[in-house]
Design a protein around this ligand. Structure first.
Ligand code: AMP
Length: 280
């Protein structure tokens, strides 16, 4: 059986309605496509935990700022559908921007606080775009469970907050970061790296892992983060937006490793802005 693709919310609801009638639980895996093994790990997790898995493919214009890479963002729907099918996903939802944002669309979902700092500070409006599209996808599909990667750790916390605040009856499951053997976190934007930049890119994971190790051993947080920033610039990153240690739930700054924390970083390498994080 070849995988089904639906493109409208109405068709999505018909298909998922059939599954609900036959008492299948539904897992939703929202993505912007250009699938790699990180995305496919979410599909595998959904297949293991639910009866039917729907993968969404939508490069959401709402989460790209002016001057960002919306036009250049890698897209290959045929390859994505083939990968989703090979993995055993049951349905691909690939809406058009017009179907998601029809004429007159005006509503925005904002998660102030969690959504204003870090990525929200460096990419103004980013989390409004993410929260709005994820809220729409969740309400469109009403899955029992939706799967997101720890790779976008702040995004995961924003989404957990919005489903609580909006009473959306879905369990949000965070899934571990899938990495290349040299530590680089898989990301669609890694495609922008030249061969030379690709060799330098694992410095990001090395830097944040070093911070986690150092502060666990009692090192000063600010000094560890400053050292990591210097190492990234020396490794060839052109700008470091942040290397920071935050409370794992609130993302408020922490000054030691006495509570669960996360080291988060964002830095520019050539055309690619890379983000990564590790648990402390
Ligand atoms: P994106 O297509 O970049 O919007 O990502 C779609 C989903 O895949 C998000 O929940 C991401 O956190 C997750 N994801 C992306 N890269 C990875 C990775 N390397 N490991 C695990 N999950 C990932």
């Amino acid at each position: 059986m070849s995988i089904e693709i639906v493109r409208t919310v109405a068709d999505l609801r018909v298909r998922l309605g059939d599954w609900k009638c036959s008492a299948r639980t539904i897992g939703l895996v929202p993505t912007m496509g250009s699938l790699h093994d990180g995305h496919l790990s979410l599909v595998r997790r959904s297949l293991a935990a639910t009866g039917r898995t729907c993968l969404t493919l939508f490069v959401n214009p709402g989460q790209f700022g002016a001057g960002e890479d919306l036009a250049a963002y890698p897209r290959d729907e045929a390859a994505d559908v083939a990968l989703a099918e090979a993995e055993g996903a049951h349905l691909v939802f690939a809406p058009t921007a017009d179907d998601m944002y029809p004429e007159g669309f005006a509503t925005q979902v904002a998660v102030p606080g969690l959504g204003d700092m870090l990525e929200g500070e460096h990419r103004p409006g980013f989390f409004i775009g993410v929260a709005t599209v994820v809220a729409k996808l969740l309400v469109q599909a009403l899955p029992e469970c939706a799967f997101f990667g720890d790779k976008d750790y702040q995004q995961l916390l924003v989404i957990r907050r919005l489903v609580i605040d909006l009473d959306i009856p879905v369990a949000i499951e965070g899934c571990p970061i899938v990495r290349e053997p040299d530590g680089l976190a898989l990301a669609s934007r890694n495609a922008y790296l030249t061969a030379d930049e690709r060799r330098r890119a694992p410095a990001l994971y090395q830097a944040i892992s070093g911070v986690a190790k150092d502060i666990t051993g009692g090192a000063d947080v600010a000094r560890a983060c400053a050292g990591a920033t210097k190492a990234l610039l020396e490794a060839g990153f052109s700008a470091v937006d942040y290397v920071t240690v935050r409370d794992a739930e609130t993302l408020k700054p922490v000054s030691d490793a006495s509570r669960p924390a996360r080291v988060l970083a964002a830095a520019q390498l050539g055309k690619a802005r890379l983000i990564d994080n590790v648990a402390v």
